[in-house]
Design a binder for this molecule. Structure first.
Ligand SMILES: [Zn+2]
Length: 309
């Protein structure tokens, strides 16, 4: 890059980047209103909101790696006896959704800014890529270790995929001053070393200390949480700050991010209608309706169906 680019790539967007001379590719993403729209449907305590905010920006970074527009990426963190027993987020064509299942009583006893271990105990992080057009499904699972979701994601790439990677995530609540953004902001960055334009997996051996990668990791890793979550700083400017000494840095087409849930009242009704009449009768509530909840968007669908006699 010879001069600073400009643009308005500030919020609810993901931007791909390549540093060709260093065989590195990256993504940066920032969420604001889309994140608030997802969180608004739930009433999570701040520690859970912050974790889900980071998980959603990680989901955006990973989802943007899909080559196929109909591809889906699912991120799932799970434990057997953590304060949180399940966190699920997914990505489909720029649409994000997610929810957390947790024990409110145990969370109340945890510190105000609990560590990843305090929230999950001994847990696992599963990342699944589904690409229907090529009929490819790939899942990697790593222990949910380290001090943050970012470090767990980083070890997912180094352990499960053998790709040298760096992941940074940040989220904070901004209280609106004079018309500025009021709500949650989450930002993240993911850079990976892909020598010879390599895209595949199943490496037998990877040298994780390659000097050209070490250089990229230092530059990408120098990003500050305040920069990732600055609603005024366009993503291309953020990349420019980190890599302005490089001979060439390319940005890819940005991807708009939004809240999206795929639950659908007609589909839910069609599923319910397939149950035998006696089972449907057992599902009917006091109001004479069958209620089906979507955990992702915390929406309850009241469904009136014939239940027979
Ligand atoms: Zn839903």
């Amino acid at each position: 890059m010879s001069e600073a680019p400009s643009g308005s790539l500030t919020i609810d967007t993901a931007l791909g980047v390549t540093v060709p001379a260093r065989h590195a590719r990256g993504r940066t993403a920032r969420l604001g209103p889309a994140l608030d729209a997802i969180l608004a449907n739930h009433s999570y305590p701040p520690a859970i909101e912050k974790l889900l905010a980071e998980a959603l920006v990680l989901t955006a970074l990973l989802g943007a790696l899909l080559k196929d527009a109909s591809g889906q990426m699912t991120l799932q963190a799970q434990t057997e006896n953590g304060v949180i027993d399940l966190l699920v987020c997914d990505y489909l064509d720029g649409e994000l959704r997610g929810y957390v299942r947790y024990d409110a009583e145990r969370l109340a006893e945890a510190p105000a800014e609990p560590s990843l271990f305090a929230l999950f105990g001994k847990g696992y992080l599963a990342i699944t890529f589904d690409q229907p057009s090529s009929n490819e499904r790939y899942q990697g699972i790593v222990p949910l270790e380290g001090e943050s979701l970012a470090s767990a994601a980083q070890s997912y790439f180094t352990q499960s995929e053998q790709i040298p990677s760096i992941v940074r995530l940040a989220a904070r609540r901004i209280c609106g001053k004079s018309g500025g953004h009021d709500g949650w902001i989450a930002g993240g960055l993911l850079f990976q070393h892909l020598p010879e334009g390599e895209e595949g997996r199943d490496r037998i051996h990877t040298r994780l200390d390659h000097p050209e990668w070490a250089h990229v990791a230092v530059l990408a890793g120098s990003v500050q949480a305040e920069e990732l979550t600055d609603p005024e700083l366009p993503l291309d400017q953020l990349v420019w700050r980190l890599f302005h000494d490089e001979e060439e840095v390319r940005t890819l087409e940005p991807v708009a991010l939004k809240r999206g849930c795929r639950c659908d009242a007609d589909y839910v009704r069609s599923v319910i209608e397939r149950f035998p009449a006696d089972e449907r009768a057992a599902m009917v509530g006091d109001d004479g309706m069958i209620r089906v909840d979507c955990e992702f968007c915390a929406t309850s669908f009241p469904i009136a169906v014939e239940v027979g006699n």
